[in-house]
Design a protein around this ligand. Structure first.
Ligand SMILES: C[S@@+](CC[C@H](N)C(=O)[O-])C[C@H]1O[C@@H](n2cnc3c(N)ncnc32)[C@H](O)[C@@H]1O
Length: 350
């Protein structure tokens, strides 16, 4: 495929997205620089998370397919990759009647947002069920972003804060924060799947091919996304789950992710399997990883050389951002790796 020429002056406008651990917002410029000379008319983002990277490619005119096994992540990504719904849907959503304060959703959200905001969000969530399907993900994405602006967390819902300790700044009326996501004008909607990544790759038809696959799997063994973002999943599914414990977690219906493991050999195995599965389906793989992982940079390069092709490694250091003083003393910097793999054809040995 010919290398894509970017229209002069056209840049990805980022706009808002959800607060998300592992979001690549901060390193987007490095990601885009690394693929400056790589054709990317078609892109597959297998671990889309906040949707930031998929959205950046979409805004540059690439045809994007994205995936995440977390329903909230897949939904916000679909919202970002959809055309902007009519303005009246946002206006109507912001005016929706709140649900009663004793609604199950207000209980599920207790401790994370005020009851007033929970009731308002519940009402807006019910309104979303009345809009046409093509507007749904964008409105849900908007609602998730708004929830993130009034919650009492730093981007994850694993810690419980008691109802009456919700800080004052989170008491602003969530309805005043409803605004559209940044949509790419004139682009048809990208497709988003909600599957376990390896299962999706294993189910690709033989003739499926994209120019570039972006991989950003979890690399911190302790960050379990379904557990951290249960409240967003509940907002999307709105299925009145029987919740557990103080944190009000959902019953975990996700398959165990092979990437969320403290055992280096398990993560290694997952990476090898994925690279082998991608052979023949793409010419380029871009892999984000970090030195917080159990796999060393040298081992990562070795695996990519063996099961992918030639490798260019980029490294980007930034101050550790963990909010824990002890960790900051131990390691003031985190290194983010970005590996560009130019894939060989399908290998006979595999
Ligand atoms: C590091 S985050 C991706 C961040 C994303 N690139 C961004 O900029 O926001 C990793 C993502 O992988 C997803 N994930 C974890 N295990 C998965 C699996 N086995 N299959 C599909 N998605 C998975 C998580 O839900 C999470 O959203």
């Amino acid at each position: 495929m010919q290398q894509k020429m970017k229209p002069k002056g056209r840049r990805a406008k980022l706009g808002k997205s959800i607060k998300y651990l592992g979001s690549k917002s901060a390193v987007l410029p490095s990601i885009m620089k690394a693929v400056e000379h790589v054709p990317h008319e078609t892109v597959l983002d297998l671990f889309a998370g906040s949707g930031r990277v998929a959205h950046a490619f979409h805004c540059l005119g690439s045809k994007v397919v994205a995936n995440d096994y977390l329903v909230a992540a897949a939904t916000v990504t679909q919202g970002l990759l959809s055309p902007q719904p009519e303005a009246r849907y946002y206006e109507e959503m912001a005016k929706a009647s709140p649900v009663p304060m004793n609604h199950w959703w207000c209980d599920a959200a207790e401790g994370y947002i005020t009851r007033e905001n929970a009731a308002a969000i519940g009402g807006m969530r019910l309104y979303v069920d009345t809009v046409p399907p093509e507007a749904r993900a964008a409105l849900l994405g908007t609602l998730m972003v708004a929830l993130g602006r009034v919650d009492a967390c730093v981007g994850q819902y694993a810690a419980h804060l008691h109802g009456d300790s919700v800080p004052a700044r989170t008491k602003m009326d969530v309805r005043t924060l409803i605004e559209p996501l940044q949509h790419a004008p004139d682009m048809p909607a990208g497709k988003v799947a909600c599957s376990e990544a390896q299962a999706l790759v294993d189910s690709l038809p033989d003739d499926f091919h994209v120019d570039l696959v972006y991989l950003d799997p979890p690399y911190t063994p302790t960050v379990n996304y379904p557990r951290y973002y249960h409240l967003l999943d509940t907002l999307v599914l709105f299925d009145a789950p029987v919740t557990r414990g103080k944190t009000k977690k959902r019953p975990n219906t996700h398959e165990k992710s092979p990437w969320i493991s403290s055992k280096a050999h398990a993560v290694e195995e997952a990476l090898i399997k994925l690279m082998v599965g991608l052979q023949g389906h793409t010419s380029h793989v871009l892999l984000s990883f970090s030195d917080e992982s159990t796999l060393s940079k040298d081992r990562l390069v070795q695996i990519l050389l063996e099961h992918g092709g030639s490798v260019i490694a980029h490294e980007h250091r930034h101050p550790a951002h963990v909010g824990k003083r002890a960790d900051l003393r131990k390691r003031p910097y985190v290194a983010e790796y970005l590996f560009h793999v130019r894939m060989r054809g399908r290998s006979l040995a595999t």
